[in-house]
Design a protein around this ligand. Structure first.
Ligand code: ADP
Ligand code: MG
Length: 246
């Protein structure tokens, strides 16, 4: 249950303190405390409605907390949202793409916003990495869900951000693209970068994680380093918690 103590002056890359989020009178997140270090792949599990997307949207500066504080790379999200955005790559339920623009135009738009150096070449590289080079000049509205998700991945990686925030990134991805995503996540870990990923797929999540947390009814119900986890017991308990069969 404990996260190792760090020496003096150590700063987590993501620091969430007493975070609460209400929608109307309904709390979606209740007093969340969470610190995430460089090199961590933090996997967030939780049933539908647990608050995973709400938490990810707040970290991604797409929603605001009702109370509490979040810093990313030492920057307060409220005060420095634009700066924070340059250091994060985001995949959410919304693809954050413009339907009427081509894949190229979408990447160009985000690349300019993030001030990506050598943008033209970077677009060519990233688009071929996600296997969409033949679709580069097609409008996004003609893309299948899987192709949109590949392009979202390209958009998220375009500015080579040190932090990835991935909310159920596997949704709609085919096997090949999901292998690519897995490779990316592994390379983030080995480069001492940071990934936060939500999933309801236990097996995939456990494979990727260096630490897991469980959100349940807006609360941080459990957390453990992957290396200390008794997988069998965890799966049993988790399935009992969410009322599913292991
Ligand atoms: P998860 O991603 O774990 O399924 P969400 O963060 O999407 O959970 O939702 C957490 C809770 O907040 C749910 O009860 C959901 O109905 C509610 N909620 C999420 N977004 C909104 C919104 N924009 N307006 C009102 N309620 C919302
Ligand atoms: Mg969600």
């Amino acid at each position: 249950m404990t996260v190792p103590e760090k020496g003096p002056g150590f700063r987590p890359v993501i620091d969430v303190r007493a975070l609460t989020k209400y929608y109307g009178l309904q709390p979606a997140l209740r007093n969340i405390d969470l610190r995430i270090d460089p090199g961590e792949v933090l996997v967030i599990f939780g049933p539908n409605g647990a608050g995973k997307s709400t938490l990810m949207r707040i970290l991604a500066t797409l929603a605001k907390p009702s109370s509490g504080a979040v810093t990313i790379g030492g920057l307060d999200l409220n005060a420095k949202a634009n700066e924070v955005r340059r250091s994060i790559g985001v995949i959410t339920h919304q693809p954050l793409l413009y339907d009427e623009l081509t894949a190229y135009e979408n990447l160009q738009f985000y690349g300019r916003m993030y001030r990506v150096a050598g943008l033209e070449e970077r677009i060519r590289n990233i688009i071929s990495e996600v296997g969409l080079e033949l679709r580069l000049f097609h409008r996004v509205r003609t893309f299948s869900r899987g192709m949109q998700q590949r392009l979202s991945l390209a958009r998220a990686l375009l500015h080579d951000p040190p932090i990835l925030l991935l909310d159920e990134p596997e949704t709609g991805l085919d096997q090949q693209a999901s292998n690519l995503l897995k490779q990316k996540i592994d390379s983030y870990r080995t480069q001492n970068r940071t990934v936060v990923v939500t999933t309801h797929h236990l097996e995939h999540g456990l494979e990727l994680a260096s630490r897991i947390v469980v959100l349940y009814k807006g609360k941080l119900a459990y957390q453990e380093a992957r290396g200390n986890l008794n997988v069998h017991a965890f799966v049993q308990n988790y399935c009992q918690l969410i009322g599913a069969n292991p």
